[in-house]
Design a protein around this ligand. Structure first.
Ligand code: NAP
Length: 297
């Protein structure tokens, strides 16, 4: 339980509603700024404007999945006005307060470091990234279905990278009847892919692997689908780049060649905000509880 823990939420989208719900359920004292347009409020949540006073009383500050941009602007779907995290807000937090977000940019990292505040990036956790890969793969399949005139069943697909997202993606494609090739760079991943009855290859051989492909899902966050690779890809192939911006595809050249290629960021929040929020909420509560145990509060 989080009884007695004061949590302040700043902005967010439908995912954050689920996170707030979880914290209220766990008996935390919850305040939220940037939720003025929120229609079905959860009883027990105190809505307040963002101020130094609000943050001075927080044990925990929770920012949205993508914390804030490099100017401190916070994505706040339900806010009436722009929500901006200024240095004085961070400075007002008590010294033992913790700041939680999905992934932090250097603006937030630097401020937390300056004021010696603990910063927790929940998407860094393996368990969160693995669970998050489920709505990501489902969203990627939706995009593939919407952008093709053929079934996934019977197609040849390539998944690049066999990390948390790549593994789930490959398994989902296999389940729908696609013949799945997986591009990896480690022998142990090659072996695991064989065991899964996928068709593994080393990413260095990508050029030789794309001639018969219908769908490509990239999870490698660096340039892999170069202009040279694109010259070998059939024009009907659809490329969905799941890697974080700027992705791993030469989009300019793909467009020039007439190949549909799209960067698909933030899929969990788009296709399954409730599930994505529950994943984040559970991880947040677990992380705060661990912190309480460590500090012996
Ligand atoms: P991950 O577990 O670290 O997987 C990344 C994979 O890429 C690993 O298998 C890694 O290989 C491989 N890799 C990295 N650099 C490589 C290179 N130069 N050559 C060949 N392989 C390389 O990460 P993840 O959690 O799956 O996330 C993958 C990407 O998707 C990230 O950019 C993440 O931000 C993004 N993401 C996007 C969404 C969305 O909605 N679009 C959702 C979740 C995640 P090794 O294992 O050998 O290191």
């Amino acid at each position: 339980m989080l009884t007695g823990i004061r949590i302040v939420f700043l902005g967010g989208d439908a995912r954050q509603i689920e996170v707030i719900r979880k914290c209220v359920e766990m008996d935390a004292t919850v305040s939220a700024a940037g939720f003025e347009k929120w229609e079905s409020r959860i009883p027990g949540v105190i809505l307040e404007p963002l101020s130094e006073e609000l943050l001075a009383g927080a044990d925990v500050l929770v920012l949205p999945t993508v914390g804030c941009d490099q100017e401190g602007n916070i994505n706040a779907l339900y806010a009436k006005d722009r929500l901006k995290l200024e240095e004085e807000h961070v400075a007002a937090l008590p010294p033992n307060a913790a700041v939680y977000t999905g992934l932090a940019k250097s603006y937030l990292r630097d401020l937390c470091a300056k004021y010696s505040l603990k910063l927790v990036e929940l998407l860094d956790r393996d368990d969160v990234a693995i669970l998050n890969s489920i709505p990501t793969a489902e969203g990627a399949l939706v995009m593939a279905i919407q952008n093709t005139d053929f079934t996934i069943h019977g197609s040849t697909s390539i998944v690049l990278g066999m990390g948390r997202t790549g593994f789930t993606m490959a398994r989902a494609l296999q389940g729908l009847g696609s013949s799945v090739k997986v591009g990896v760079r480690k022998q142990e991943h090659f072996a695991r892919a064989e065991e899964m009855r996928w068709r593994p290859f080393m990413t260095g051989e990508l050029l030789q692997q794309v001639g018969d492909v219908d769908l490509i899902f990239n999870t490698i966050p660096s340039m892999v689908i170069t202009a040279q690779v694109l010259t070998r890809i059939p024009r009907h192939c659809v490329i969905i780049d799941l890697a974080s911006a700027p992705g791993g595809v030469d989009f300019r050249y793909a467009e020039k060649r007439g190949i549909k290629a799209m960067l698909a960021p933030g899929l969990p929040g788009i296709v399954a905000p409730k599930s994505a929020g529950i994943i984040m909420g559970n991880a947040l509560v677990q992380s705060i509880s661990e912190e309480i145990i460590i500090r012996g509060d």
